[in-house]
Design a binder for this molecule. Structure first.
Ligand SMILES: [Zn+2]
Length: 254
């Protein structure tokens, strides 16, 4: 199963003066924590951290092909004077909500107050959510808690690792994902062909996030041989173009 994780906004955006924290950085931090938790169970891609998927979608220049994904999960933190957590789905989404309900329940178990209908909020005013619905892709957005609430933010800081686990376990348990089903990310699947996309020149490294051996150009054909993790737990593809063999950042390979 292929999952796309999205961190809302960009690092540094939506600064809250009261708490001194910006939402973009919180979103990225949590997605970075989710990635290694989910990667053994699914083929997980991350929308480029430095980009705002909403803006890219609005401008018609999305950096990934959404149709490739079975599930899109977008991370935000809330603001505006409330407290608590909510998992948000499209009002017209007719599919099951057991994944999202499990996430809301897991979050509540950490001490976050459930908002909306037992932690689920339905809406139809979000562009990425609308796009996913139109394409028939399951999509959910979490508003983890209120980052302009000192109390919510303190709870999150205290339970950051558990928050990531609460979300990941909801997805793993309720989709029935099994370890080792990660596809190429697991390093166990058969090799496959791919193309360098979304960048003009991609570094090929000796080890995951290690020394650069050389580069391959945008549009170049590669063969994915496997995968490996860097010390942060991020997954890198092992590839060859017949000349160079090494590790590349999966975001730029399709
Ligand atoms: Zn947001």
């Amino acid at each position: 199963m292929k999952i796309l994780l999205v961190s809302g906004h960009r690092p540094g955006h939506n600064l809250c003066k009261a708490t001194g924290v910006d939402e973009g950085s919180l979103n990225v931090e949590l997605v970075r924590s989710l990635l290694p938790l989910l990667s053994p169970y699914a083929q997980v891609d991350v929308y480029p951290y430095e980009r705002d998927m909403y803006q890219d979608n609005k401008n018609g220049c999305l950096k990934v092909s959404l149709k490739d994904y079975r599930y899109i999960f977008e991370v935000h933190f809330n603001a505006g004077g409330g407290r608590g957590t909510s998992v948000q789905l499209h009002s017209a989404y007719k599919g099951g909500i057991s994944v999202e309900q499990a996430i809301a329940d897991n979050m509540a178990a950490l001490g976050f107050k459930k908002r909306g209908d037992n932690g689920i909020v339905r809406r139809s005013d979000l562009l990425n959510m609308n796009t996913a619905l139109r394409l028939g892709i399951d999509y959910a957005l979490i508003e983890v808690c209120f980052y302009d609430s000192a109390a919510d933010l303190a709870l999150y800081r205290q339970r950051q690792k558990e928050t990531a686990r609460a979300i990941a376990e909801g997805i793993i348990d309720r989709f029935g994902l099994k370890a080792g089903n990660a596809g190429p990310s697991s390093g166990q699947a058969e090799t496959r062909n791919a193309v360098v996309t979304g960048c003009s020149s991609l570094n090929v490294r000796r080890t995951p996030n290690g020394a650069v051996l050389g580069t391959v150009k945008g549009g170049a054909s590669l063969r994915i041989l496997g995968a490996g993790k860097d010390p942060d737990g991020d997954v890198w593809y092992k590839v060859t173009d017949g000349r160079l063999t090494g590790y590349v950042w999966p975001r730029y390979v399709r």
